[in-house]
Ligand binder design. Structure first.
Ligand code: TMP
Ligand code: ZN
Length: 396
């Protein structure tokens, strides 16, 4: 395929096989119409961007019944509170003339900290149901995909932005050029554009191939982000690693030359050189590590099952769709997956059709083993479950 960013020829790397929509939890009567696509990845040796070869239409993933609400995890609520507070303190944003924009503002979990103190703000969120939740939280939100036209409309109504923020959004957008064009015009001359997404370095180090699913069209490194936004006159002046989503990176960009490049950028560049994130050999080893994980995980579950143990899943994450479908794990091995999100409950997991049960069902049950699909929330979940007591083993 040609690179989505720089149009050079890419090299195919990991192929995870036929995949359904990661967040496409479904009813029995929808099984026959379920859509699948080839979950293949590629690496561009020119701009160093790791990307999906094929992605389903955005409308199939982000729609009026989109199943992902940012505020379902207490840790994520705290994370976004901290993010807002760090913006306010680091960049002196608590001023009467400040204008803050968030792309993919979800249910307003971050922006409400600006709304609460009366700062002019705008959330731009394509999924109608989460956007409605944001409005109920008092967060000014429009239901749109962000691009240059939306940026022009926003400028007309509110002026240019001091801060454009996006969390777990940029890696979802195939046409980053249109977003870059929008950011380029919407940002004040001394404004900052900050975004965070799952980090390629973490995925390689942890073999967390479950970061790869339809919504994540890219897994960025600092090097790829620098290359992607250079053509929009933007440069990275700070990076900050995050523990969220199993290892993320926050990138701070400004117009070229507007701010000194901070030490964190040099440090991360060295890390990336050490990890060889710019080299094909890294992706060949990653592919082997994925195959080994599949063998090990499937072997472990099969052995436990043969010993007559009951295994259930914990948290029907989007990531679990990749693991379950890639490894071919269905309800013969994992009886059900419990999840706290009401719209996933009493449905079936995409592709493998494992029943999704409410958390209360799990509380009353006493399985022998629990596979933790929400391993990125391990700290929160293990604290909760060890406080609740009970037997069984949880492993991620
Ligand atoms: P994510 O990893 O894609 O953000 O999905 C998180 C899912 O995990 C979401 O469906 C809610 C679920 N979850 C639980 O069921 N119990 C929990 O304690 C936590 C933290 C998350
Ligand atoms: Zn490229």
């Amino acid at each position: 395929m040609t690179c989505r960013i720089c149009k050079s020829a890419t090299t195919e790397v990991v192929d995870l096989g036929k995949m359904p929509i990661a967040n496409g939890f479904l009813d029995e009567r929808q099984f026959k119409d379920e859509c699948f696509f080839d979950l293949k990845t590629a690496f561009c040796e020119k701009c160093k961007t790791f990307q999906l070869v094929q992605q389903p239409q955005p409308e199939m993933m982000f729609h009026d019944h989109y199943a992902f609400f940012s505020s379902t995890s207490q840790a994520m609520i705290e994370h976004f509170g901290q993010m807002a507070r760090s913006y306010l303190s680091d960049f002196n944003l608590n001023r009467p003339d400040t204008f803050v924009v968030e792309l993919g503002s979800n249910d307003g979990v971050m922006l409400r900290h600006f709304a609460n103190i009366g700062i002019k703000h705008l959330g731009i969120e394509p999924s109608a149901n989460v956007a409605e939740a944001a409005k109920k939280n008092g967060v000014n939100t429009i239901t749109k995909f962000f691009n240059k036209d939306v940026a022009l409309e926003a400028i007309k109504e509110y002026g240019k932005a001091d801060l454009i923020s996006a969390a777990n959004v940029m890696c979802h957008i195939p046409d980053l050029r249109s977003v870059g064009d929008g950011v380029e015009i919407l940002l004040k001359d001394d404004g900052i554009f900050v975004f965070e997404d799952p980090y390629l370095g973490d995925m390689i180090q942890k073999t967390s191939y479950d970061q790869i699913y339809d919504e994540h069209v890219y897994l960025f490194s600092l090097q790829s982000v620098s290359n992607i936004f250079a053509s929009h006159g933007l440069e990275v002046f700070r990076v900050a690693p995050q523990v969220t989503h199993g290892g993320s990176m926050r990138y701070y960009l400004c117009r070229k030359g507007k701010r000194p490049t901070e030490e964190s950028v040099n440090h991360q560049q060295q890390m990336e050189r050490r990890l060889k994130l710019d080299s094909m050999e890294t992706f060949v080893s990653f592919k082997n590590a994925c195959e080994q994980h599949k063998k090990d995980f499937l072997g472990l579950l099969t052995n436990l099952k043969n010993e007559g143990k009951r295994i259930v899943g914990y948290a029907a994450t989007s990531k679990s769709t990749t693991v379950l479908n890639y490894c071919g794990i269905g309800s013969k091995l994992i009886e059900y997956i419990c999840d706290t999100t009401p719209i996933k409950q009493n449905k079936f997991s995409p592709g493998m059709h494992i029943p999704i049960k409410p958390y209360d069902h799990f509380k009353k049950d006493n399985p022998d083993y629990v596979a933790l699909f929400g391993w990125n929330h391990a700290k929160e979940i293990l604290t909760k479950e060890s406080a609740a007591g009970g037997g069984g083993t949880i492993s991620g």
